[in-house]
Each structure stands twice: as structure tokens, then as C-alpha cells.
Design a protein around this ligand. Structure first.
Ligand code: SAH
Length: 256
């Protein structure tokens, strides 16, 4: 075993939040600003990468639904290789590393290779989007349960989502834009009311954020009509209509 391999540097799995650099944790910001090597996903906002010192080595391992620049096992191998060679690695991921971020897989591979790993949480897209759109994920009058699901995954139709959406519940779907039609059909077949409120939040917390609203039955049409692009989240449940109702009430009051 080489000396470097017996004393590997650390891999930091760091959440970069949903976009706005102000939503980085202080720890994440410090790590980015002091990094020698940043390995980042496509979702990490360029403004965050711009916080790094000049000369920081940047490796993009951008993934998208149809295009993989680097396979997950190659990313894992890269992290381990760099750490074993003595380079501390800041592995930057959109949102939180442990929410649909494959952070769990990367942490396992590092631990198995004897590479120390530390995880820095980030503001997950659901939380950033909810705040930016002022859609409370829970509300004493509307929802006391909130679930996060991945809409693009192996065997979507076989997945049991029964009970995750409906009265008193909020369902947040990550990676669900491309499969929104199948998602709506699946939920309605499970007994969720077709007229339950939905909100689609695209580019949450970024300058080009859009919030679109409709009903579950109209979800696919809403996505198609507005040409919603990734990254976007779908929120299903009464909370999705809450501030819309308030805004309408305010407008009616003002019109009196
Ligand atoms: N680890 C990330 C999620 C990665 S999965 C997190 O915790 O947020 C990628 C999905 O996250 C996207 O397909 C989209 O559904 C969602 N997402 C990430 N950033 C987003 C943003 N700024 N606005 C809306 N959705 C976002």
C-alpha cells in the first residue's frame, strides 16, 4: 500500500441547495471557497461554482435524464482515487446530498475504500421551492403529512404510492415532469380526487422561477402548455392552492 493510500484525504458530500447561492449553508460556502477540487453535478448553479478560488480544479459529472457524462461507478471511482492521492474532494450536489442525490451510494463507496467522508446537508429542492412559491408543505388546516417521491425511477407504475396523496397530505414529486401524465393517471387510479390542487415549480429560487397551478387531472396539459423544463417539482395537495386562494381574496377585496 502506498503512503498516500494509507492516509487518504476527505471527501465532503456537500449540498448546494436549489440554486440561489444565498441558500448555501455557511459550511458549504466555506468548503466551496477553500476547495482545491470540486466535483459537481449539472444542477449546481454557476454562481455557486463562481465562489471558488481561481485555480480550483472543477470536474463536472453532469447527469440528465437522457445524457450521462459520467456513470455513477465512474464518479465513485473518481472520488476515491482523488482522495487516495491526497486531494480533499468537495463533491457538490444540487439540493441535499441525501435526498435523491445518490449521496448514500457515494458515501458507501468511500467508507468501503477507507476514505473518510463527511456530509454537509443542503436545502432540498422541495423546501427551497415551497419557500420561494410560499406554498407551505404542511399547514394545520390542510396537511399534516408530507412525502417526497421520485417520479423518474425504475418501475414507476409498480411503485406503491397509495395513501401518499389526498386529503390532509402533501406529495412532492422530484424528477416528475417527463412522466407527469403517467403520474396523474397513477394517482387518480389510486383514488386521489382528480380536482386536487397541483403546483409545478420550475427553476425554484432562481431568477427565472415559474410557478404554475392547476388540478391533478390537468397536470400533463399544464406541463405541456407551459413547456415546463427540468428542474421542476410537482406539489400535489390542498396546500398547493392555499396562497392562490389568499391572493385571490386580497384581489377581490382590493376590487371592492
Ligand atoms: N438532491 C436534490 C434532488 C436531485 S434530483 C435535492 O435535494 O433537491 C433532481 C430533481 O430535483 C429535479 O429533477 C427537480 O425535480 C428537483 N430540483 C432540483 N433543483 C430544483 C429547482 N431549483 N427547482 C425545481 N426543482 C428542482
Amino acid at each position: 500500500m502506498s503512503i498516500a493510500a494509507s492516509n487518504p484525504a476527505k471527501v465532503w458530500l456537500v449540498g448546494a441547495g436549489p440554486g440561489d447561492p444565498d441558500l448555501l449553508t455557511l459550511r458549504a460556502a466555506r468548503l466551496v471557497m477553500n476547495a482545491r477540487l470540486i466535483v459537481h453535478d449539472g444542477l449546481v448553479d454557476p454562481a455557486i461554482l463562481a465562489m471558488a478560488r481561481p485555480g480550483t480544479r472543477m470536474i463536472s459529472v453532469a447527469k440528465s435524464r437522457s445524457r450521462h457524462t459520467m456513470r455513477q461507478d465512474e464518479i465513485n471511482a473518481l472520488l476515491v482515487r482523488e482522495a487516495q492521492a491526497g486531494t480533499e474532494v468537495v463533491r457538490l450536489k444540487g439540493g441535499d446530498p441525501f435526498v435523491f442525490g445518490r449521496g448514500g451510494e457515494e458515501a458507501e463507496v468511500c467508507r468501503a475504500a477507507g476514505v473518510p467522508v463527511e456530509v454537509v446537508p443542503g436545502v432540498s429542492a422541495a423546501l427551497g421551492a415551497a419557500a420561494a412559491a410560499q406554498i407551505p408543505l404542511t399547514h394545520r388546516d390542510s396537511a399534516s403529512i408530507v412525502s417526497f417521491v421520485a417520479g423518474q425511477c425504475k418501475g414507476l407504475t409498480e411503485q406503491d404510492w397509495a395513501g401518499l396523496a389526498g386529503k390532509g397530505r402533501t406529495l412532492v414529486i422530484y424528477m416528475g415532469v417527463a412522466t407527469s401524465e403517467a403520474i396523474a393517471e397513477k394517482l387518480i387510479a389510486d383514488g386521489v380526487a382528480p380536482d386536487v390542487a397541483v403546483a409545478v415549480i420550475e427553476n425554484a429560487t432562481r431568477a427565472d422561477m415559474r410557478v404554475l397551478r392547476g388540478s391533478l387531472a390537468g397536470l400533463a396539459a399544464l406541463v405541456a402548455k407551459h413547456k415546463v423544463q427540468s428542474p421542476a417539482l410537482i406539489v400535489i395537495g390542498e396546500v398547493a392552492a392555499r396562497n392562490e386562494i389568499e391572493l385571490r381574496a386580497v384581489a377581490l377585496e382590493a376590487a371592492k
